[in-house]
Each structure stands twice: as structure tokens, then as C-alpha cells.
Write a protein that binds this ligand. Structure first.
Ligand code: ADP
Ligand code: AMP
Length: 211
């Protein structure tokens, strides 16, 4: 099953991807995570990408498309994958459709006011776990429940950059929903509810599609 999770920053794509991974045994592929890995390792691509990420802009298509194509060609993707944060532009959607056919695009719909609160309160662990200071706190403050690692806030999760990222989403990424709606593979899910309610809906939807 090849699916894409769609929605603005903070909609809950990463959070929901974990549940789908566990249920269907297919990997989450987050272009944001892949880019942050390059930044962390200080590769030439990471240094180039960071300039855009720090401003809240999209990283140029050719860089992201290459990373994504390489990732989905690996062995763990033969049964399928969950795209998180890709495609984000028409150019990326075209490159993707030249390479694979998506079975479903899950559009997580959340009101903009809630998004700013979700993103500025997000805390991350290097093991991949995500928490929220208000909505999903770890049992010990600042410490990951899964691995005991120290939690941190992403540089681009501060309020000034968040506003820019939401604007970029509305202008460059949201129009893609119409493209996938016309193809008949877009499914809207109300993402303003509790995490478990949303994941139950998404999983039962994907099971139905797989029947
Ligand atoms: P995205 O991957 O779409 O940018 P995340 O999955 O990282 O978003 O979620 C953003 C923040 O909101 C995280 O801190 C996460 O714990 C929290 N969150 C995600 N889904 C919900 C929800 N349904 N209700 C409350 N908080 C949520
Ligand atoms: P995310 O982790 O999905 O919130 O992405 C963090 C940042 O990485 C974005 O604000 C962009 O700068 C960059 N990024 C991630 N995915 C893409 C993509 N598909 N296209 C362009 N830039 C991306």
C-alpha cells in the first residue's frame, strides 16, 4: 500500500504515520526527517537545504525529489510506504506519479489557530518520538518515554517561522488537494480530534480500501 499523508505543518502527519506503520508494517518516509538528517551530518545538501528550512521556505524541488526517489527505491519499500510531507508542490507530485501510483492520500484537516499551538508546543526526540507540552506530554518533563533521550524543540517550530510555513503551505501545497481529489484518491479526515480517534478512522479507512 502506497499512501501519502497530507495536511499543513502540525496537522498530525508524523503522529498518525506511527500508527499506520505499526498496523501495516510499511515505513514512514518523512522528507523533513531526511533533510534534517543531512543538516545534522552537515552534508553539502544539508547545508544548502538548511538555508530554506530556517526561513520556513520549501527546499528546491530537485533536491527533495532526488532524496525521495532514492529512499523509495530501498528494499523496505517493496510492500509500500507512508509519505509524510511529500509531495509539497506540483512539480513534486508530477515526479512522484512518474515513479509510482499512490493508492490513497489522507488529508488531515485542522483549523489554523490550533496548528500554531500544536507546532510551538511540539517537542522531539532523536529516536523519532514526538510529544506536545500541552496535548501529549511525556511522563517525565523533557525526557523521552521511549528511550530516555533529552527532548528538544525544532529550530523552525518557533512562532515567527511557523507563520511563514503555514503561508507556504496554503500557497504552494494546499492546491494539490484538488489534484488528488480529481483523481478520486483523496480522503479528508478531521484532525482536530484526539489522536487515537483519528488513528482509528484512518486505519479502518485504509483497511476498507485494501479489501
Ligand atoms: P506534522 O507531522 O503534521 O507536522 P505532528 O504529528 O508532529 O505534525 O504533530 C504536531 C504536534 O501536535 C505534536 O507535538 C503532536 O504531539 C501534537 N498532536 C498531533 N496530533 C494531535 C491531536 N490529534 N491532538 C493534539 N495534539 C496533537
Ligand atoms: P516537515 O518536517 O515536514 O515539517 O518539514 C520541515 C521543512 O523541511 C519544511 O519547512 C521545508 O523547508 C523542508 N521540506 C520538507 N519536506 C519538503 C518537501 N517535500 N519539499 C520541500 N521542502 C521540504
Amino acid at each position: 500500500m502506497k499512501i501519502a499523508l497530507f495536511g499543513p505543518p502540525g496537522a498530525g502527519k508524523g503522529t498518525q504515520a506511527r500508527f499506520i506503520e505499526d498496523e501495516f508494517g510499511i515505513p514512514q518516509i518523512s522528507t523533513g526527517d531526511l533533510l534534517r538528517e543531512h543538516v545534522r551530518k552537515d552534508t553539502p545538501l544539508g547545508r544548502e537545504a538548511k538555508r530554506y528550512m530556517d526561513r520556513g521556505d520549501l527546499v528546491p524541488d530537485e533536491l527533495v525529489i532526488d532524496i525521495l526517489k532514492e529512499r523509495i527505491s530501498r528494499d523496505d519499500c517493496v510492500k509500500g510506504f507512508i509519505l509524510d510531507g511529500f509531495p509539497r508542490s506540483l512539480e513534486q507530485a508530477k515526479a512522484l506519479s512518474d515513479a509510482v501510483d499512490l493508492d490513497a492520500v489522507i488529508n488531515i484537516v485542522v483549523d489554523e489557530n490550533l496548528l500554531v499551538r500544536r507546532i510551538t508546543g511540539r517537542r522531539m526526540c532523536s529516536c523519532g518520538a514526538t510529544y506536545h507540552v500541552e496535548f501529549d506530554p511525556p511522563s517525565r518533563e523533557g525526557i523521552c518515554d521511549r528511550c530516555g533521550g533529552k527532548l528538544y524543540q525544532r529550530d523552525d517550530d518557533r512562532e515567527e517561522t511557523v507563520i511563514k510555513r503555514l503561508e507556504v503551505y496554503r500557497k504552494q501545497t494546499e492546491p494539490l488537494t484538488e489534484h488528488y481529489r480529481k483523481l478520486g484518491i483523496l480522503h479528508d479526515v478531521d484532525g482536530s480530534r484526539p489522536i487515537e480517534e483519528i488513528s482509528k478512522d484512518i486505519i479502518s479507512l485504509l483497511k476498507k480500501l485494501g479489501e
